[in-house]
Design a protein around this ligand. Structure first.
Ligand SMILES: NC(=O)c1ccc[n+]([C@@H]2O[C@H](COP(=O)([O-])OP(=O)(O)OC[C@H]3O[C@@H](n4cnc5c(N)ncnc54)[C@H](OP(=O)(O)O)[C@@H]3O)[C@@H](O)[C@H]2O)c1
Length: 344
């Protein structure tokens, strides 16, 4: 389908996937470019993020009121970054680079809003960086890592931190922040290459490939003295292993359960939750959008660490809107590394 100046394309969910999404679950449609009304902006998106939550929201029953499912026939959404092409709001001018909620759409018409989580947010792109970094290391993935470690896990000096899915976006930043803050860090990921990168480039002290055996045995070997904080991106067998390994008074940062996302067998809960009672372990979940007030502190710290070469993030990029369904399947299957984005 040819894109011209009068139209743009979006991807709609037309069938709810079972397990990993298939091409036939999506339809690409061509839409006329709209005109902004009073208080609105029109954005041409340049990059969109790929996130596990997108697959969660393809299910009919997701967050029971807190995280609404995508509606059949409607475009999907999520984090994107782009440039304002027309504005009828004093808050934005053409050319502004804005984070927005219009993933899966080449253009987005939306209210300028008042600075809420789902409203467009102007960002400054520092020299040497690209606007897509506001989807990863400087974006929601990075903020999630920071909020989880600092404010939910409340990591204290001298503590040992275990981060799962450390070859991915959130886990990659969480592992590096924990190293930069002086903690002993144990990481896990799903390939030898991701494990090597965590050790050699992120500077973690021990790491294992979760596909090499039982996670409980692998974690016990990697952290013989135990752990104080578990940054949980995976759930299931990883959470169970961490509960066995946590020291008394430990914390679990419940960030995500990617092992059950799109799983045909459904989520698997830990069988050893009693360990949390015996050891006085606190498990706390969070949604990053409720912690947006920490953006300025995170951005300052992240830019400083990046300038000193202490924070980086591998990336996997795809080209063109049509690649987005393949990108989400590849990410959920562990075939991508670092932050996954699609150039629109
Ligand atoms: N609470 C919040 O507000 C919030 C915000 C953003 C993200 N999250 C959560 O944070 C987690 C990470 O998100 P992300 O965007 O950074 O994704 P990501 O880690 O970049 O990508 C997901 C990775 O999870 C791993 N994985 C998939 N199935 C697995 C399994 N059965 N066991 C172990 N690992 C598995 C795969 O890597 P391997 O090769 O390592 O297996 C895969 O590449 C997700 O759970 C997501 O839902 C939460």
């Amino acid at each position: 389908m040819e894109l011209n100046n009068d139209t743009y394309r979006m991807i709609r969910l037309v069938r709810r996937p079972h397990g990993l999404p298939e091409r036939a679950d999506f339809a690409v449609t061509e839409e006329p470019v709209p005109e902004p009304g009073p208080g609105q902006v029109l954005i041409r998106n340049t990059w969109m993020s790929i996130d596990p939550l997108m697959r969660v929201r393809m299910d009919e029953r997701t967050g029971v009121g807190h995280v609404p499912p995508f509606r059949l026939g409607q475009p999907l959404d999520g984090s994107a970054v782009g440039r304002v092409v027309a504005s009828r709001s004093a808050r934005f001018a053409p050319g502004d680079v804005v984070l927005n909620h219009g993933a899966w759409q080449e253009m987005l018409l939306c209210d300028a809003g008042e600075g809420g989580w789902f409203d467009p947010m102007r960002v400054e792109v520092p020299d040497g960086l690209d606007e897509r970094h506001y989807l990863g290391v400087l974006g929601v993935s990075g903020l999630t890592a920071y909020v989880g470690l600092r404010h939910i896990g409340a990591v204290a000096p001298g503590e040992t931190v275990y981060v799962s899915a450390a070859g991915g976006a959130v886990g990659g930043v969480a592992a590096q922040l924990a190293v930069a803050w002086g903690h002993q860090v144990v990481a896990s990921a799903g390939s030898a290459d991701k494990v090597r990168r965590a050790l050699e480039e992120y500077g973690v002290h021990a790491a294992f490939n979760h596909r090499d055996g039982e996670v409980s045995a692998l974690l016990a070997a990697a952290a013989p003295g135990g752990i104080d904080v578990y940054y949980d991106n995976v759930g299931g067998d990883h959470l169970e292993a961490a509960l066995d390994c946590l020291r008394p008074g430990g914390r679990v940062v419940l960030c995500g359960q990617v092992s059950s996302v799109g799983s045909a067998t459904g989520p698997r809960g830990p069988r050893n939750l009693m360990q949390a009672i015996f050891k006085g372990v606190r498990l706390e979940g969070f949604m990053v959008r409720h912690h947006a007030r920490h953006w300025p502190a995170y951005l300052q710290e992240a830019r400083d660490l990046m300038a000193r070469g202490r924070l980086t993030l591998e990336e996997t990029t795809y080209d063109g809107l049509d690649a987005a369904p393949d990108a989400i399947v590849a990410m959920l299957s562990g075939r991508t590394a670092g932050k996954v984005t699609v150039r629109l």
